[in-house]
Design a binder for this molecule. Structure first.
Ligand code: PLP
Length: 391
């Protein structure tokens, strides 16, 4: 039993068969090198605002070291409920419709596991966040990827949905503003998708972790469409707009039956989210508006710069409407996106993520995160220009 082959044979097939995240592999290469400018990681370069960190420190001083209610601190759930209502016009009862999770990552896992039985199909759009496909498979569901198109600005259309729906479709998973493309939806887009979900009696999971970060239009949530609150799990968290990735804080808002189902899994696996992070999040919801405005203005400046630079170089790139990623089309250089990214790293010490990390239809693209210091972005763009000149 001690050789690697027999140990591997003990691992559940579903887990064995799912490849590691393409981002992780790529960044192991990056971390082995020096002087690399990384446009790779989707993590704010800002440190969490001081007053939020201070709230965690004060809570620690007070001796806040216990478990909390499984759902999370009631005062935090009240704050979340108010925040979501202000944003979307839709109210959720803090007592039984809000669940505090360990990042949106846990929320996604709970939502999928609470709903999916073996063979149920989950419609989702690609290129997509790297976790969606594996999480569906871990739950023994069937991931049905819908490839969105550059020509449509990577916005999911009703026609594309109609092509993929089947009697086994149970869930539609959405993520706008989108990682990795930066695409955002108009109110009309959202209404069309909502009509489709109602017509086909689907439950919608909407990952709106980037909702604060839209640059040219107001974000419109699918829960605001009449008839959607009752069939939607709304997922959000503090990692991005509040620059709190390390606090690992997220939340779900959903009708009581769905919240209770997710809470059961959460209760037996996670018990509760860490209390210090919950205390910090109470402060984040009360007093971080100015911080968000400041960081968003910075991202917008960088977005404009990175987009203009790609255009100037002749690399097509849709103008990202939201999140903090530019998805650039490098297909004309005759390399796979993996080859392009490795060669760029090798020759110019710039790291970006090959588009295929986000699904097969990401071939021909690279994702560049602009949650990176402005000076680094400037230097990276000089290096990319130098790189393509030689090709
Ligand atoms: N959803 C999307 C679309 C993301 O891009 C990310 C992180 O990059 C997550 C969820 C995970 O976020 P969290 O840090 O809240 O677990």
């Amino acid at each position: 039993m001690n050789d690697s082959k027999s140990l591997l044979s003990k691992i559940a097939k579903t887990v064995r068969d799912i490849p590691r995240s393409g981002i992780r592999d790529f960044f192991e290469i990056v971390s082995s090198r020096e002087d690399v400018i990384s446009l790779g990681i989707g993590e704010p370069d800002f440190v969490t605002p001081w007053h939020i960190r201070e709230a965690a420190a004060r809570a620690l001083e007070r001796g806040a070291t216990s478990y909390t209610s499984n759902l999370g601190l009631l005062s935090l759930r009240r704050g979340i409920s108010k925040y979501v209502e202000n944003k979307t016009g839709i109210g959720y009862r803090p007592e039984n419709e809000v669940l505090v999770t360990v990042g949106v990552s846990e929320g996604l896992d709970l939502a999928i596991r609470a709903l999916i039985e073996p063979g149920d199909e989950v419609l989702y759009h690609e290129p997509s966040y790297v976790s969606y496909n594996p999480l569906i498979q871990f739950a023994h569901g069937v991931p049905v990827a819908i490839q969105t198109k550059k020509e449509n600005g990577f916005r999911l259309t009703r026609a594309e949905l109609e092509e993929h729906v089947s009697p086994k479709s149970k869930v539609l998973l959405l993520n706008y503003p989108n990682n990795p493309t930066g695409a955002a939806l108009s109110k009309k887009d959202v209404e069309e998708i909502a009509a489709f979900a109602i017509e086909h009696d689907l439950i919608v999971l909407t990952d709106e972790i980037y909702d604060e970060l839209t640059y040219d239009r107001e974000h419109y949530s699918i829960i605001s469409v009449p008839g959607m609150r009752e069939r939607t799990i709304y997922l959000h968290g503090f990692s991005k707009a509040w620059a709190m990735t390390g606090f690992r804080m997220g939340f779900t808002c959903a009708p009581p039956e769905l919240t209770e189902a997710m809470m059961k899994i959460h209760q037996y696996t996670m018990l509760c989210a860490p209390i210090l992070s919950q205390e910090a999040s109470i402060e984040a919801l009360k007093h971080a508006e100015k911080d968000i405005v400041y960081m968003k203005a910075e991202y917008k400046k960088r977005r404009n710069y990175i987009h203009a630079s790609f255009e100037e170089m002749g690399i097509p790139c849709i103008r990202p409407d939201g999140a903090f990623y530019a998805f650039a089309d490098i297909s004309k250089y005759g390399m796979t996106s993996q080859e392009f990214a490795l060669k760029l790293l090798d020759e110019q010490n710039v790291a970006c993520v090959p588009g295929t990390a986000f699904g097969a239809c990401g071939e021909g693209f690279i994702r560049c995160s602009y949650a990176t210091a402005f000076d680094d972005i400037k230097e990276a763009m000089v290096r990319i220009a130098r790189f393509i000149e030689k090709l």
